[in-house]
Design a protein around this ligand. Sequence first.
Ligand SMILES: [Zn+2]
Length: 411
Amino acid sequence: MIVEGRLVDAHFGPRWGQVEIRDGNIARVGNLGMRPDLKLGEGQLIFPGFVDVHTHLRQGDEHKEDFTTATRAALNGGVTCLLDMPNNPIPPVTQKMLSDKERAVAELPVDIGFYVGVGPGTKPSGHRHYKAFMGPSIGPLFFHDDAELAETVQHYQNCRLTMHCEDPEMLRQLAEAPNHEASRPEKAEQQAISTALGLARRYGFRLHVAHLSQADSLPELMAAERHSWPDANGLPGVVWEATPHHLFFDWDNRKQFARNPFLKMNPPLRSASTRARLLEAFLSGAIHFLSTDHAPHTVDEKSGPNPSGVPLLDTYGSFVSWLMAQGMSARQLCRHACELPGLFSGRKVGRILPGYRGHLTVLDWNQPWTVRAEECRTKCGWSPFEGVTFPARVAYTIASGRLFRHGLEVT
Ligand SMILES: [Zn+2]
């Protein structure tokens, strides 16, 4: 397959060129003088496929999502590599327990990797990605206090641990607070991040802070990053991510959005000033990854008990176009939505270079997108961005050399 158009990567472009994909991988890039199978125009940009290192694909809760619908949602949003969190009804805590999941995704065109859970008493199992929940977010993988956490993570030297940082003790004290936001304040996240950094230093594990929702922790995080040992891929020993919802919605602006009642997640939305500082940090390149924390729950569930989490895979690419409208360049976005999360994934993804996976995403500025639920592919059937108009939409996604439009294969 030959694709031609304006190419952009964290280290070159945008510039006109061709990409040849053979056997699912990129074979050649440049002025190849070949007849293209897909030729894009001005107003369209070809990115490396986006890489989302934080999603919940819901194995065991298939009424919310399954690997097939999640793959369609990802392709609709231009995401071609994703990592799935372990908070399933039976959370995988060993490499062996993952074989089920690995079989289920083996034939899919996107690259899907998995975290294994870290909980009281677990040990490392030779896996690449581990997830530890500090707060009371998930049944059997929940640590009751810092001592129990330290007792477990001391065994994870040199591993990379992703941590959900909200201080369990503070959350317990605030359990009776008048609303969700008040019960999970910024201070609880800051406190937990300090604790996690201390543990990483003491026990020599590498840290990935999940869904940073405030900017006050950044000086401490950046100091820790400077003093950390990079991993084998050159990624700093301490990295962190931000989500579209924490960069876009806040306590003041949420009222104007159709899905406001559903905007409940952990950590929760913050004040307008906190959001502004987090966004400024992201635009300046001070946050490593753009990750969705895609957490599908059905409309019925969100209308009733309203479990925490929102679905965001379908809108990843359009959200990238929104960040560009806020002043970030396409190349900078390639760094934070492709290259760095690609290094984290440990796969050959996130660059347009020979030898990398045959994944490309075409963003089209001739197609602004006003998000409608019917145009999303996630099984849960809604989006927090319904009614929002983004400057561009993903026109095509190429995954393993196969062509998809709006999540469905073009044959
Ligand atoms: Zn999550």
